[in-house]
Ligand binder design. Structure first.
Ligand code: SAH
Length: 213
């Protein structure tokens, strides 16, 4: 297998920095985290390539650039309480935890939930809290959250998530009809106001749940 440290260096330089992501904490997380341990062994050699990869159950680990872009757009600070919907492999959650966030992540598919939980145990990342549930309902007992990141695309922004967003707070979610027509939407809550901004086209797997689909 190719040297993972050199592969990561190259990934950050050619895929992330080259496309304009400059947040030091984001770059540091992507440089440090062993992305090859978040995919099946057979795909480990492709872990640092410029695209998403299958993680089973018809789901994917996002492209490194998209993870970096969303992590930067979220504008997190150490100590912030962050909710992620769509744990998948656990990679995005690990990036946010590496950036010093207190991460809560929800996954609806049992097999992926248990695989991610084992991964965090094996890596001794004990701070990430995981829940097996429909994340479109949020995590009501733990809200409000300073930041919310949804890593699956829905038709609309689930209302419970906006309710569980702190003021001030930022929420990122891909919204649209199917993978080809999604845009990344930033929802900002400030002084009781909720403002939506379109941050460009993305392609995520479906958000399947009670709200927002
Ligand atoms: N953030 C992940 C990528 C996840 S792919 C990573 O870094 O690997 C999207 C994930 O969202 C899938 O695992 C899918 O099962 C999950 N998902 C879709 N709808 C969901 C919902 N309503 N609640 C929780 N998870 C959901």
């Amino acid at each position: 297998m190719v040297d993972p440290v050199r592969s990561r260096e190259r990934m950050v330089r050619e895929q992330i920095e080259a496309r304009g992501v400059s947040d030091r904490a984001v770059l540091d997380a992507l440089r440090s985290l062993p992305r090859h341990l978040f995919v099946e062994e057979a795909l480990a050699s492709k872990a640092y390539s410029d695209g998403p990869l299958p993680i089973g159950e018809g789901q994917t680990i996002s492209q490194p650039y998209i993870v970096a872009l969303m992590s930067e757009l979220l504008r997190v600070e150490p100590g912030m309480k962050v909710l992620e919907i769509g744990t998948g492999s656990g990679y995005q959650a690990a990036v946010l935890a590496h950036m010093g966030c207190d991460v809560y992540t929800v996954e609806r598919i049992k097999k992926l939930f248990f695989a991610a939980r084992k991964r965090f145990m094996d890596m001794r990342m004990f701070s990430v809290k995981l829940k097996l549930d429909d994340g479109t309902m949020g995590w009501p007992d733990e809200g409000p959250f300073d930041r919310i990141i949804v890593t699956a695309g829905g038709h609309s922004v689930p209302e419970p998530l906006v309710d569980q967003l702190a003021d001030p707070g930022r929420l990122l979610i891909p919204v649209g009809e199917g993978r080809r027509h999604q845009s990344l939407v930033l929802v900002e809550k400030k002084d009781g106001e909720v403002i939506r901004t379109d941050k460009g086209g993305v392609a995520f797997v479906d958000l399947v749940g009670k709200h927002g689909w």
